[in-house]
Design a protein around this ligand. Structure first.
Ligand SMILES: [Zn+2]
Length: 203
């Protein structure tokens, strides 16, 4: 008997294909990084040497808000925050009383306008435009600082002769170089070159 095998669409296939875009967790993530409301137009009226919130137009604000939510992933938005916020090196405030004071970290917030200029705004304006909390900004910078200052550490698994166990790695390499080992003394030689053998079992 002849059986014709037809190609069927993925939905009808016995072996289901992964469709991560339909997963609940994917939808939740998308929801988490989606805009919750329209951007707030700053009402602070800042206009001065540093802060110029009132220079922003309604279009500037809408476009900046839209740019933030173009890619609704944490990574992309974190990068956006890093791009438009800056943090000054902590200046220790030292009062005269001899008190050591505490470190104050100063954040600066910028909004790009239509012309492409970075306008410095106050925190309230920045957070209101993007609809995020100050904790989000602080979190990004804390993580960034932590990861940025660390020396990259090899965390991938596996036994590494060179860094995990230099003594036994060295011995192993030396023994591997030999074609044949006939005498116990040869082993002993290799071992003593890398460490001290305190107790040797009966051979
Ligand atoms: Zn302001």
């Amino acid at each position: 008997m002849e059986v014709n095998v037809d190609l069927c669409s993925p939905e009808n296939a016995r072996k289901k294909q992964r469709q991560p875009e339909n997963w609940k967790v994917t939808k939740q993530k998308l929801q988490r990084y989606s805009p919750k409301a329209m951007p707030n137009y700053p009402t602070c009226g800042h206009r001065g040497k540093c802060l110029n919130c009132s220079l922003l137009t309604m279009v500037d604000i809408k476009e900046f808000h839209a740019a933030f939510y173009t890619v609704r992933t944490k990574m992309s938005q974190d990068a956006f925050i890093l791009k438009y916020c800056s943090v000054s090196t902590p200046v220790r405030y030292r009062p005269r009383s001899g008190d050591r004071g505490k470190k104050t970290i100063k954040y600066k917030y910028f909004v790009k306008n239509q012309v492409g200029n970075r306008i410095e705004v106050c925190r309230r304006a920045f957070l209101g435009i993007l609809g995020i909390t100050k904790h989000r900004v602080e979190g990004v910078f804390t993580r960034f600082k932590k990861e940025g200052s660390d020396i990259p550490v090899e965390t991938r698994g596996g036994f590494r002769k060179d860094c995990n166990d230099r003594v036994f790695g060295g011995i192993e390499r030396e023994i591997n170089k030999k074609e044949k080992i006939v005498k116990v003394e040869e082993y002993h030689e290799s071992f003593s070159g890398h460490g001290t053998v305190k107790k040797l079992g009966k051979l």
